[in-house]
Design a protein around this ligand. Sequence first.
Ligand SMILES: *Cc1c(COP(=O)(O)O)cnc(C)c1O
Length: 369
Amino acid sequence: MQAKPQLYGLPAYKPGKPISEVKKELGLDKVIKLASNENPYGSSEKAKQAVIDAVMDSAIYPDGYSSVLRHKVADHLGVKEEQLIFGNGTDEVIQFLCRAFLSPTDNTVMADPTFSQYKLNAAIEGAEIREVPLTEAGDHNLDEMLNQIDEHTKIVWVCNPNNPSGNYIGKEAFMRFLSQVPEHVIVASDEAYIEYTIAEDYPDTISLLNQYKNLVILRTFSKAYGLASLRIGYGVAGSELIQVMEPLRPAFNTTAYAHAAAVAAIDDQEFVQKSSRKNREELEKFEAFCKEHDLFYYPSQTNFILIDFGIPGDEIFTYLLSKGYITRSGQALGFPTCIRISIGSEEENKGVIQAMQNLLDERTPGTKS
Ligand SMILES: *Cc1c(COP(=O)(O)O)cnc(C)c1O
């Protein structure tokens, strides 16, 4: 047997260790996961109740077109219903884009490091991948990304804010970039963390959709909305771009539970705002810790922070794990001396910051604070 040649050598997704397994392995009672940028405050109570209510109809296939949620999101964003496509997480919308637009004779341009799913799905389609290193400061190098675009380019990805650096692209830079990308190239703006952004000049991309038919915006319910387990995300674009992808969307790719929860979650903006406000408050504690210890950190507009300890990320990861905190080693993310920590609850953050303090104390004996 012979699969498509591009599949050989591709890595399978390595999920983080489940909490239960880490507990058993290390003999710890309490293990806290700050690795996947989930919402530490859970999700809206209304969303939870909506899932419970929907359980009674489990024997029935979900509405494949996500009509009720579609109506809700269209209304919430001020777009037409046919400008939306829903996926089993935004991950699936990324898959749709690659499947629809990329072939082995095409190329796609993205930052490096950035969210891993763009590269993986482009590789599966056999497309050439053009990665443009982030600047020293952790920003997209938009000018160089423009330089990499040619007549065979189909999609250029901007992760805004970027995972794993946390940096964002401001309105002015984004507009300049968008206006220079040729019309035949799709600009995918991944806004998974938009609810956490506080920058005044964060771009309002929805308002650009009428002018730019090659713009597609990706959003998710997995982060600030706290519905990661239900797997629901969407793409917004001109209806022409969206409609060409519809035939490759599996008929029942999103569940009735996800629809019900997301509809209720949109109605509870207070929960989202509270999560976002609290996140910023807690993020600032990590920033203060970094400043106090002269550690470089990337300026985050998200619910995670990437901190440079100047030692191998795996070492920091292993140390924090031994104290019961699961984080992400920068070595797996393209930042070899960094650790990426999701901002948790007040208590969780206090604990992991104390663990980082202990790590520093142990490495510089005699300077214990
Ligand atoms: C988490 C994340 C997503 C979306 O994840 P889904 O759970 O599949 O909706 C998309 N892009 C980025 C940059 C992310 O960090």
